[in-house]
Write a protein that binds this ligand. Structure first.
Ligand SMILES: Nc1nc2c(ncn2[C@@H]2O[C@H](COP(=O)(O)OP(=O)(O)OP(=O)(O)O)[C@@H](O)[C@H]2O)c(=O)[nH]1
Length: 378
């Protein structure tokens, strides 16, 4: 029952874990960027067309046309501004505020026009009322935070509209305008917006999950080989351009086959997981730790001083050998061998790794539980 409830909640009310909030914020900005440009484009297409249609229809007085134009103009200008921002500042933080302002202005416009036509009894109010329903559908799609955004878009214009109705003494039951229609519209809008928002959350969580699976090793949670290769290529490019060098340490558990053979793969996996934690704890935040292969790990240091590389490698060696690994087969004494290499000149990452591998091989040859540093590239 509890599991079913949890599945129901995850399916219908997915939520973003706090740790992912900054990434989700970025995702929402991206969605808002796309939607705001779409909305601005539609506004620029539709509002002038309406104005043109009304001007040529002959149903409106010049004054009414002038007032309608005045109410449409700010929204059109805002839409133009959004398009300009997209062109001038494609990566700026404007999309969400821009979208809220656009939605807000659109609703102000429709409600203002509705009030205007109700007050002057032009017979156009019902058409505008349909326009209001359409705008609600549009704004609920624009609301990337569901009903929270709708509240911002509707609250103030809605209050002004109600105040306007009271001040101008317009009866609510006018030209078929009943309370039930706006209420139903609001309910549908909120459901649409919330559904849309939850769709975003699900899409974000799925994308995040896919990205994570593509870049991390499922057993240890460390970066996988593919992701590390891209990072190393970037580091090489950075080293070439900014003269910022790096170093790699290859680390390989000693006689790990024996652990597997003696205690089974599950215990071996426990050791690998525990080792991942110890490796990560031995380096700085700006460094990276990756699972390079079976029981082989790669540490990328944003440093290339040989004495520091040796110091870190030694720290890792001691972190492994100095304390036994708690497993379900009991505490196990494990050791690790390490080989470090500093990136030099313009050598490709593979060359640095290969030198670190050679140093690692020498450490194994020298009796294991050792650290060795590769000679600089000749
Ligand atoms: N449990 C577990 N074992 C793994 C995993 N990946 C690789 N291994 C094991 O790691 C062991 C590697 O053995 P070898 O390459 O012979 O090396 P070693 O026994 O560590 O000996 P040296 O490296 O020479 O010290 C093999 O038994 C693999 O099965 C894994 O994901 N889980």
């Amino acid at each position: 029952m509890r599991d079913k409830l949890q599945t129901f909640q995850e399916y219908y009310f997915p939520s973003v874990p706090p740790a992912l909030h900054p990434e989700f914020e970025h995702f929402q900005q991206q969605v808002a960027r796309r939607l705001s440009v779409l909305a601005a484009g539609l506004i620029l297409l539709i509002l002038p067309l309406f104005q043109l249609f009304e001007t040529t229809s002959g149903h409106f007085s010049t004054t009414a046309l002038y007032h309608q134009g005045q109410m449409r103009l700010p929204v059109v200008v805002l839409a133009m501004l959004v398009i300009m921002l997209r062109l001038l500042r494609p990566q700026g933080q404007w999309p969400r505020p821009a979208m809220l302002t656009l939605g807000f202005a659109l609703i102000c416009m429709v409600l203002g026009m509705l009030l205007y036509h109700l007050h002057w009894g032009t017979g156009y109010a019902m058409t505008l009322f349909s326009g209001l329903v359409m705008s609600l559908a549009v704004t609920s799609i624009l609301a990337t935070r569901g009903s929270r955004d709708l509240l911002i878009i509707y609250l103030i214009p809605g209050l002004f509209f109600i105040a306007g109705l009271a001040l101008l003494e317009i009866p609510l039951r006018s030209e078929g305008l009943t309370l039930i229609v706006p209420l139903m519209t609001v309910v549908i809008g909120v459901i649409l917006a919330e559904n849309h928002y939850r769709g975003f959350v699900t899409m974000f969580l799925l994308t995040h999950h896919l990205k994570r699976s593509a870049t991390t090793d499922p057993l240890t949670g460390l970066l996988n080989r593919r992701a590390t290769q891209s990072i190393l290529d970037l580091e090489c490019a950075r080293a070439k351009r900014h003269d910022l060098h790096f170093a790699v340490i290859m680390a390989d558990l000693d006689r790990f086959k024996r652990v597997n053979d003696q205690y089974g793969h599950e215990v071996g996996d426990e050791v690998l997981r525990e080792l991942a934690g110890r490796l990560s704890a031995s380096v700085r935040k700006e460094d990276s730790v990756a699972r390079w292969g079976g029981e082989e790990f790669l540490v990328l240091l944003r440093e290339d001083r040989p004495e520091l590389v040796m110091q870190v490698a030694e720290k890792i060696r001691q972190a492994v050998a100095g304390q036994s690994f708690a497993t379900k087969a009991g505490p196990l004494s494990i050791t690790i061998s390490l080989g470090g290499a500093c990136h030099t000149g313009e050598e490709p990452a593979e060359a640095t790794i290969s030198r670190a591998d050679t140093a690692l091989y020498q450490a194994k040859e020298a009796g294991r539980n050792q650290t060795m540093l590769a000679k600089p590239e000749s």
